[in-house]
Ligand binder design. Structure first.
Ligand code: FES
Ligand SMILES: [Fe+2]
Length: 430
């Protein structure tokens, strides 16, 4: 699929910094955290936006944010503002949120509903397919059909919305989607509603947010609420001198639960492709501790009405991690999705969405407070960890430190993927 090219590929400020970026990449030491400029410098940030966020599939939201035709959300990815709308045929479309007249931002709100897309400036009017249908005072020779909104590639993966700003998006996403579909489909996210959305801004580089997400080394000491239900070993832990027994016990629990879930028609096996493909991802249905039902304060379901056709509450949590910016947990009663969107080198938006069955009634089947308690607490704790690390890596005393071979394999997979994709982007533009 190709979308007509428009002049959006490379940020002009990147021009003079290639040698600096090459040198930084050359100095990278596998098995160690990244050098400070990766988290601090404006040049790296511009390269991240150009080569990571404008070249890959970025998770931006969930279909239940737009249940009806005309419903829309806007999402900012760096300097790009995107408009994602539900069209009259119930399809989802993404456009640049930029008027084809003189460039005004079209929709200012984060979310809303509209019949047509009307520019606030001179009222050029577009339909939900992005076609320009009305423009006053433009004369006989003006061709409306040449002034439709610029489209952006969009994939709806069982209710998870990914966009790609590149002219030619990574093609391997189709394979990722095919492999993930059987895992995700039984939870029927498309039949859900958004019960809560919380945006927080972390005063840290987006890579610190992601690195923090990719390990549970820090969980026991920092996340009393999350570790009620979440086993710390579910993040690719490898048996080492101090955790061999725990990892072995966890693997036994995984094995018996997987047999049970597979018999219910729920694919559960781990797929580990975080740094072995362009559209890196990882999935596994992970058992939950104690009541074993959901990521709540007592590990019991937060919503009495279960998702899809589920009758069984103890389905663990299907975790799905994508490079470069998302992670998700699909349980029997709700889905929680996270997107990470960089704002500047030292600030990152983390958006959390909780979805429940669309027929669930607030106050009867669930309470937002109970539904969101664990991840609101966990997000606040993670934010402090990311911000403390951002302040630390800004110190002249910081030097890259070693990853734990037993607990930080997925952090290393993230770093590997990131430097590989950054280098590929830089080389491809030479
Ligand atoms: S800038 Fe949109 S109508 Fe003029
Ligand atoms: Fe955490």
């Amino acid at each position: 699929m190709s979308i007509p090219s428009h002049p959006l590929t490379l940020h002009p400020r990147l021009g003079a910094s290639r040698a600096f970026l090459d040198a930084l990449l050359d100095r990278r030491r596998p098995g160690y955290s990244l050098e400070a400029p990766f988290y601090l410098s404006d040049e790296v940030f511009q390269a991240d936006m150009a080569y990571i966020f404008r070249r890959h599939w970025i998770f931006v939201g969930v279909a239940p944010q737009m249940p009806e035709p005309g419903d829309y959300i806007t999402v900012d990815i760096g300097e790009d503002s995107l408009l994602i709308v539900r069209d009259d045929d119930m399809g989802l479309r993404a456009f640049h949120n930029v008027c084809r007249h003189r460039g005004s931002r079209l929709c200012q709100e984060h979310q809303g509903s509209l019949g047509h897309i009307v520019c606030p400036y001179h009222q050029w009017t577009y339909d939900l397919g992005g076609r320009l249908v009305h423009a006053d005072h433009m004369g006989e020779a003006f061709l409306r059909e040449q002034h439709g909104l610029h489209k952006v590639h969009l994939r709806n993966l069982e209710g998870l919305i990914f966009v790609c700003l590149a002219d030619q998006p990574p093609e391997d996403f189709d394979e990722v989607a095919a492999r993930m579909k059987p895992y995700l489909a039984p939870h029927r996210l498309e039949d859900c509603k958004v019960a809560a959305q919380v945006d927080i801004i972390e005063e840290g580089n987006w890579k610190l947010t992601l690195e923090n997400n990719r390990e549970c080394y820090h969980c026991v000491a920092n996340h009393p609420e999350l570790t009620v239900s979440l086993y710390e070993h579910g993040f690719g832990a490898q048996p080492g001198p101090q955790n061999a027994d725990g990892v072995a016990r966890f693997e036994d629990i995984v094995k018996s639960n997987h047999a049970r879930w597979q018999s219910l028609g729920l694919p559960s096996a781990r797929i580990e492709e975080l740094d072995s493909r362009v559209s890196g991802f990882r999935t596994q249905r992970l058992p939950l501790d104690r009541a074993g039902q959901s990521q709540t304060l007592n590990a019991e379901v937060a919503c009495r009405k279960l998702l899809g056709d589920f009758r069984e509450k103890s389905l663990g949590g299907l975790s799905f991690w994508t490079q470069p910016n998302s992670w998700h947990h699909f349980m029997s009663d709700h889905v929680v999705s996270f997107s990470t969107l960089p704002l500047d080198p030292g600030r990152t938006l983390v958006r959390t969405l909780w979805c429940v069955h669309k027929d669930a009634v607030e106050g009867v089947d669930y309470s937002v407070e109970n539904l969101t308690a664990v991840w609101n607490a966990t997000n606040a704790q993670d934010r402090r960890l990311v911000e403390a690390t951002q302040r630390g890596v800004a110190s002249p005393a910081y030097q890259p430190g070693p990853y734990s071979p037993y607990t930080e394999g997925l952090v290393e997979a993230f770093s590997n993927w990131y430097v590989t994709r950054l280098r590929a982007g830089l080389q491809g533009d030479r």
